[in-house]
Design a protein around this ligand. Sequence first.
Ligand code: ADP
Ligand code: MG
Length: 222
Amino acid sequence: MLHALEAWLRATAVRIHEQAPTLTALDQAIGDGDHGINLDRGFSAVVKALDGREPADPGKSDAVASAELVKLVGRTLISTVGGASGPLYGTGFLRASAALANLPADPPPSGGLAFVTALEAAATGIGALGKSTTGEKTMLDALVPSASAARAALDSGAPLGAVVVAARDAAAEGAAATVPMLATKGRASYLGERSIGHQDPGATSAALLLDILAGVLADVPA
Ligand code: ADP
Ligand code: MG
């Protein structure tokens, strides 16, 4: 799990950098035009933190080391990303880390269970911090249906790769579904009716993060 997680974070830094202009353009339409810049800064700091880490203690379980890495990501995003998305994504990662640390260690959790647990905790944590829920044109419109689809796939016996693909597809659909929504949270809500007709930047980046993970898992066994 640790190996796939690290591959995902490194791939994310590259893809977010490439996609930063697109995310920023979406945020120019209904926000202040910094979403791509914010996440690019955050994930490049995550890669720096990864590079600067002490070598992993070989006595630590994969699950514990993975939870610690997810916590490092959360802290790094909170401390380096300005704007709403830094604390929101950062808190999502911190909550995911705590949920991973709480999973029973013996037998070790499957990759699918770890992923679903982390995604559900992230979505819940973001909603709690943002006092937000689905239908308000935010990243939750990608993350909440994504977590539900992932849980359903897991419950039907799907392996990790298929669980993540289900999460990715639902997130993409959820992001697209933000276009006709009226924003009632964050900066986009200042626009009122003028927020209608644009895809939410945070929902778009959330769907991108899951797309990158699905791509990484197709290449790197968890
Ligand atoms: P800022 O809005 O401070 O400029 P960003 O542009 O980086 O921060 O992020 C904007 C995104 O944050 C929005 O597109 C939306 O998805 C998300 N967002 C803003 N407020 C909330 C909230 N209360 N709950 C969930 N997500 C939110
Ligand atoms: Mg912004």
